[in-house]
Design a protein around this ligand. Sequence first.
Ligand SMILES: *[C@@H]1O[C@H](CO)[C@@H](O)[C@H](O)[C@H]1NC(C)=O
Length: 253
Amino acid sequence: MSLRSFSLVFLVAIAYLFVFVTCEQHFKLPAEIKTCKRDADDFSSCLRLACQESWPIFVKGIPELDMPPMDPFYDEYGEFEFGSNELHGKIITKDLYFYGFKNFKFLAVRPEYTGDRFKLEIDLTMPKGLAEANFIVNANLISFKLNGKGRFNVSAEDIKVTWFISGPVKNDRWMIEEYRPRPTVRKLKLWADDFFDGNPELSKIVLNFMNEFWPTLYRGMIPFVEETWSKKYSPVLNNFFSKFSFNEVFPTS
Ligand SMILES: *[C@@H]1O[C@H](CO)[C@@H](O)[C@H](O)[C@H]1NC(C)=O
C-alpha cells in the first residue's frame, strides 16, 4: 500500500471512530435525579415528586449536559410576530432575564405512553416572576402605532403553567417533537420606557392602557408567544432527552 492510500485509509478509520464514538456516547442521568417505574401504579405521582426534587439541579444548570442555569433564565434574543385583534406586528427582545423559575412547585404530571409515543403534561405554579430586557417594537396596538425601543420589565403573580411535551420513542431515545408551555397569570404589571421613539407622555398613556387591559391583550398575544417558545425550546428539550436511554430515564420494573 502506498503512503498516500495508507493515509487515506487512516483518515477514514479516524472518521469512523469519531462518528462511532460520538453516536455511542452514553450519558448517564445525574445520580441525584430520581427515576420512576413507568409500569408502576404510582408512576404519575412518582414523576411529580421526582420533578420537584430534581428541579434545583436544573435551576443550578448542568454544564456537562449543555443545560444553562434557569434562575435567572437568560434569553439573548427573541422575536415575536403578533397577529391578534389588538396587536399586529413585531416585538424583539434582547438580553432578557427571567427571575422566578427556582420557585416552581410541581402540581401534577400526567404521563401517557401509547404505541411508540410518549407524552408528559406537567402542571406547575410559581408565586411570582419578573422579566426584564431591552426591546424593539414595531407594531399597531389598537389605533396606536408603536415604533420605539428601550427597556421593559414585567412582573407577574400567581403564575400557572402547563407544559405539553411529546414525541416518539425510537431506538430507546425519546425524540421530543413538541414542547409547549401554556402560562396563565392572575396579576401582571408592565413597565416600558419608550414606545414611540421619543414621546414619553404618549408612552405613559399607552402603558397605562396596557396595564388596565392586559387580560385582553394577554389572551390575544399568548398563542403567538407559545408558538415562538415552542419552536425555540422544543429542540433544546430534544437535545437534552435524546442524550439518554429512554428505558433508563423511564424504566420498567
Ligand atoms: C421596572 O423598571 C422601573 C424603572 O427602572 C422600576 O421603577 C420598576 O420598579 C421595575 N419594576 C419591577 C417589577 O422591577
